[in-house]
Write a protein that binds this ligand. Structure first.
Ligand SMILES: Nc1ncnc2c1ncn2[C@@H]1O[C@H](COP(=O)(O)OP(=O)(O)OP(=O)(O)O)[C@@H](O)[C@H]1O
Ligand SMILES: [Mg+2]
Length: 306
């Protein structure tokens, strides 16, 4: 059995003349929770659709469960549960009724699977409540239940925590973690906010303007969420020059007209302050800080959606 659940090599998707995906190579191993992170329009849904065969690719190759080619891909896709397209919920029906339809269209013979997936996602007590009256969190969980009904090995979830409140996000994360841990499921999960998957993803792919700009493990990301000295001053350029001159600082970033960040020698924040003040730079603020994951992501992607 291949350790890779999904491998894409150089996949390309063009719509008209525009690239939605360019040269995307992703590797996901069994048991991973892979967070696909990107801003709106980055190509997350397009990538997921390509994996599921819902769109035709302009170029590149896909392997599922270690094999490629038309027939193998068709077979592989049957082992995947997905919530890429917003599930067509029948608003006048209950969770059970909606799932029953999904079970029949999915060709799942076991009737008890409806009850089982409802319990998995914690919707077993919704009784006669129609899905039109479900909260967003309940709808997201029902979408997950629908993806689970065929008892998949690989789950592809498009923005499962989008729009949820903090409690809903925590519950959804816990659910994903449980599916990976207790059932050995592999998950590919997208989000436009890295923070939303920060405590659940074991690996990340960062996608920007159709390109996979980074692929890294949670450990690698943690190691890179860096400490820095934040300096607020109206003279960022002069402050930077002085820091280079006096401390040999090379790794810094001018964030704005008034903010400079120094990513090295953070233990010398006090000495840096003293030197700047002594050199006549007006330091409005200076403090040690930690670059948050979200900022890290923004710095990688240039922070623009254009
Ligand atoms: N059917 C389509 N026809 C033309 N262009 C499309 C189509 N689907 C997607 N695109 C374009 O491909 C790019 C990637 O879109 P995609 O929906 O994959 O982004 P996304 O990362 O899922 O964004 P979001 O966070 O908004 O869901 C966008 O520029 C989008 O406009
Ligand atoms: Mg999308």
């Amino acid at each position: 059995m291949s350790e890779y659940v999904l491998r894409t090599s150089g996949i390309i998707k063009k719509y008209g003349g525009a690239f939605a995906l360019r040269d995307v190579s992703v590797e996901i191993k069994r048991g991973q929770i892979y967070g696909l992170i990107g801003l709106n329009g980055a190509g997350k849904s397009t990538f997921m659709r390509a994996v599921m065969g819902l769109i035709t690719l302009t170029g590149g190759d896909i392997e599922l469960f270690g094999t490629g080619g038309g027939k193998a891909l068709r077979q592989g896709r049957r082992r995947i549960g997905q919530s890429i397209e917003t599930p067509a919920l029948y608003p006048d029906m209950t969770a059970v009724q909606n799932l029953e339809i999904q079970r029949l269209t999915g060709g799942v013979p076991a009737r008890e699977s409806v009850k089982a997936v409802l319990e998995t996602v914690g919707l077993e007590d919704t009784g006669s409540k129609k899905t039109r009256d479900f909260s967003l969190g309940m709808k997201q969980r029902l979408a997950l239940a629908m993806a689970l009904i065929t008892n998949p090995e690989f789950l592809i979830l498009d923005e499962p925590v989008n729009g949820l409140d903090p409690k809903g996000i925590i519950e959804m994360r816990e659910l994903m973690r449980r599916l990976a841990r207790e059932r050995g499921l592999t998950l590919l999960v997208s989000s436009h906010l890295l923070d939303q998957l920060a405590q659940v993803a074991t690996h990340y792919g960062i996608i920007h303007k159709g390109r996979l700009v980074r692929q890294l493990s949670a450990e690698e990301l943690a190691a890179e969420s860096r400490q820095y000295v934040k300096i607020i001053t109206n003279e960022t350029a002069r402050a930077a020059a002085l820091l280079t001159q006096n401390f040999g600082v090379a790794d810094y970033q001018v964030i704005s007209k008034t903010e400079l960040r120094v990513f090295e020698q953070t233990e010398k924040a006090g000495e840096m302050n003293a030197m700047l003040v002594k050199s006549g730079v007006t330091v409005i603020g200076l403090a040690a800080a930690e670059q948050k994951l979200e900022e890290y992501f923004t710095s990688l992607t240039g922070g623009s959606t254009a």
